[in-house]
Design a protein around this ligand. Structure first.
Ligand code: ZN
Ligand code: ZN
Length: 235
């Protein structure tokens, strides 16, 4: 959370920051994927060099698709000691790149209103998640669930939309360990989906959770997202 008084910028952080550490603020919705962020920034003739945009998370936390355990890596190879299976950096890289591309295509199709094609691609994503060892799978899964929720909502499949949204939020919570501000918009979307579909039961609790996290991340005041959340929830 940041605000400007005169010529001084005040920044509040949710974690301790050693003196001299570089702080970065988003010019665009950082909830977008890395690819989408770089595309949006390129439109403004900008390029981001923050650690989150530069880091490769391909080999972060490689998971065995059969048992879900973390694989152990050494010298370009990965081994699951539960299933006695091995894979290579090249395979993990290929599978991860393919997943990223499919999710991006599904995002693009969803945005252009072609929910049917987006849904078909997302089914391929689901198959790939079950059959490939990829790095950072929770990031892929949460992206997949949230996009699936969106597509299901578009085609008015209410039970599915809510189910995927809940799984997406749970996945995101686990992935971010409650430290990524992106869980706030996901919770707000969940609450607004519930409200739209007449399932008002969980709305107060989800809204309360979103507002609580919003306070943690943004100090409870105005932020880039705050007005949008309020509008989305009809507050
Ligand atoms: Zn960045
Ligand atoms: Zn395994």
């Amino acid at each position: 959370h940041w605000y400007i008084v005169g010529t001084v910028m005040f920044v509040r952080t949710v974690v301790g920051v050693p003196a001299g550490t570089e702080l970065t603020i988003p010019y665009i919705d950082f909830w977008n994927s890395r690819e989408e962020r770089s595309r949006l920034l390129a439109e403004r003739d900008m390029r981001c060099a923050c650690s989150r945009c530069q880091a490769s998370d391909t080999f972060d936390n490689v998971r065995c698709h059969q048992c879900g355990n973390e694989m152990r890596g050494s010298e370009g190879a990965w081994y699951c000691n539960t299933c006695d299976r091995t894979t290579t950096n090249a395979q993990v890289e290929r599978a991860s790149a393919e997943l990223r591309e499919q999710l991006q295509t599904a995002d693009d199709l969803g945005r252009s209103g072609d929910s049917h094609s987006a849904y078909e691609i997302l089914q391929e994503v689901e198959r790939a998640l079950q059959h490939e060892d990829v790095g950072n799978p929770l990031a892929f899964q949460s992206h997949y669930f949230l996009r699936m929720a969106h597509v299901s909502a578009e085609v008015k499949d209410k039970p599915r939309a809510l189910q995927y949204m809940k799984m997406g939020v749970a996945c995101l919570m686990e992935h971010s360990q409650g430290r990524v501000a992106g869980v706030v918009p996901a919770l707000v979307r969940l609450a607004s989906l519930c409200a739209r579909f007449g399932q008002v039961g969980p709305v107060p609790q989800v809204t309360k959770q979103a507002m609580g996290l919003h306070k943690t991340f943004f100090g409870g005041g105005q932020s880039l997202f705050y007005e949008r959340f309020r509008a989305e929830l009809g507050l």
